[in-house]
Design a protein around this ligand. Structure first.
Ligand SMILES: C[S@@+](CC[C@H](N)C(=O)[O-])C[C@H]1O[C@@H](n2cnc3c(N)ncnc32)[C@H](O)[C@@H]1O
Length: 479
């Protein structure tokens, strides 16, 4: 990683007027208001419903996956499955609703935000409300954390400590965007009259923008917003006060339901029986740990959706197949019929998508599996007997025979070994780092990289077991 990137990242940790406080405050992030307003009372006063057996509580639980849970919703009594827990009327969620055709500096600024950073778009809206004295949303905003444990706020050294190139690339990209956007915001607002200033004349720097982007990425939900003329709905990211106090679980006991009711926009119901003192948990989605860390600031241990990303590259595949003892010239010069299949897999050609995944419950991305099966076979007729779906499926057994399948799995094991060798430290060394006293950001970075390495090792184990099973069925040659 370049020094430039570390500098950029660390520059976001500077606290300025509207800003995100230093990364060291992650352990117990305080709220924007020193004495935050009562959010439950506010939601009820505004016509929302909150189940009488719910409270907001500080969860001291020492989670081994991040800086702690912070606040959460907890049941003060047993709640039966199916009960309504929270309902919010339409005017409570905070969204970026540009009125058609109406000129606005905020809309002009939002035009410069790439689609993938949608959280920044809603983030500028949040900053606008944060700057308004007496904003309708202040009871909500005052309850937001002052800091976020996302990598854009890590000191440069701890970004480096993540050790995983695809994530470093994403963090770098976000930091670069924030610094560029800071300049653009300054330019656009330099000569604006105070009355038209979207942030009440306040200075908005990269740190403030990063705070807002993280507040949104860690708390917003995508719901059906306005209707298209054809009746379908536009998915709109919204901040859902109080509902966003629910923490994440892949086995949640609460669910978000969108109503077709004029007065209620969204509600949360008990998806399972909830016992007294249980936390109310929602599923944030089938995300890998890169997204959990970048958007939410924590990692999920043994996350079934975690994976590693590789570039489909002939040099890399050649090296892996050679290490696996199954080398073939087909990776660098595929035969014309093989090339046709690579085209259909979108691994060849102009608009190809060369990012492929290994690990997690999917084990190996289906496109990579099919490509390896095809390239490690010289039997055109045998390949053409199968449709693409069969070639992509790991569950349907070895379509091109056990020895082809074993060669494929060995190549994947070698790819895993190459990926593992790119991490500068071993898991044992990482674990010994965690035994020492380290900063919360260093700890989070080390926990993240341990999870990445563990998933690679798990995938290698799984494929080794599969090779063994295949060799029990039929003696497998090295070729
Ligand atoms: C939607 S908010 C939930 C409320 C939040 N705990 C708070 O204090 O405001 C999401 C944030 O909660 C924390 N969080 C949620 N689920 C978690 C989990 N399973 N493990 C660790 N932290 C979690 C993370 O900081 C995340 O960014």
């Amino acid at each position: 990683m370049s020094t430039k990137m570390m500098l950029m990242a660390s520059s976001l940790t500077h606290a300025r007027p509207i800003a995100c406080a230093a990364a060291s405050a992650f352990i117990n992030p305080s709220r924007l208001a020193s004495q935050p307003p009562d959010l439950i009372k506010w939601v009820r006063r505004e016509g929302g419903f909150v189940h009488h057996s719910i409270k907001i509580a500080y969860l001291e639980e020492d989670k081994p996956n991040g800086p702690g849970l912070g606040l959460g919703l907890v049941a003060t009594d047993d709640i039966p499955k199916g009960s309504d827990l929270i309902t919010l009327p339409d005017h409570i969620p905070l969204r970026f609703d540009a009125k058609d055709g109406e000129p606005s500096t905020l809309i002009d600024l939002a035009r410069h935000i790439p689609e993938e950073l949608w959280a920044m778009k809603l983030g500028v809206r949040l900053l606008q409300e944060r700057a308004i004295r007496g904003s309708f949303w202040w009871p909500y905003i005052g309850n937001l954390p002052e800091t976020y444990s996302v990598p854009i706020f890590f000191p440069g050294e701890d970004i480096k400590n993540l050790q995983y190139a695809p994530l470093l690339h994403q963090v770098n990209k976000r930091c670069r965007f924030l610094l560029e956007f800071e300049k653009l915001v300054k330019n656009e607002l330099e000569t604006i009259k105070l009355d038209d200033h979207p942030f009440g004349g306040k200075n908005i720097d990269a740190s403030a923008l990063g705070w807002a982007m993280s507040a949104v990425s860690s708390r917003a939900f995508r719901l059906h917003g306005k209707k298209h003329p054809d009746g379908t709905h536009i998915d709109t990211p919204m901040m859902l006060p109080l509902i966003d106090m629910c923490n994440h679980s892949f086995a949640p006991n609460a669910e978000i339901v969108q109503e077709n009711n004029e007065n209620v926009l969204v509600k949360v119901i008990a998806g399972a029986e909830i016992k007294r003192d249980d936390q109310l948990e929602l599923n944030y989605g089938r995300l890998n740990n890169d997204f959990f860390l970048m958007d939410y600031g924590f990692v999920v241990p043994s996350n079934p959706y975690d994976c590693i990303e590789l570039k489909y590259d002939s040099g890399l595949l050649e090296a892996a197949s050679m290490a696996a003892g199954v080398s073939t010239p087909n990776f660098s010069s595929p035969l014309p019929w093989q090339q046709q299949i690579l085209l259909r897999l979108n691994l060849h050609g102009e608009n190809s998508d060369l990012k492929v995944r290994i690990g997690g419950s999917e084990l190996v991305e289906d496109r990579l599996l099919a490509a390896l099966r095809v390239l490690l076979s010289n039997d055109k007729e045998a390949v053409e007997k199968h449709n693409l779906d069969t070639l992509k499926s790991i569950a349907s057994g070895p379509p091109l025979g056990p020895s082809n399948e074993a060669a494929v799995f060995r190549t994947i094991i070698a790819l895993c070994m190459i990926a593992l060798s790119h991490f500068p430290t071993k898991i044992m060394e990482d674990e010994s780092v965690l035994e020492k006293t380290v900063s919360s950001t260093a700890e989070l970075a080390v926990r993240y990289r341990i999870q990445k390495k563990s998933l690679i090792i798990d995938a290698m184990r799984d494929f080794t077991r599969r090779v063994k099973l295949l060799s029990e069925k039929e003696p497998v040659s090295a070729q």
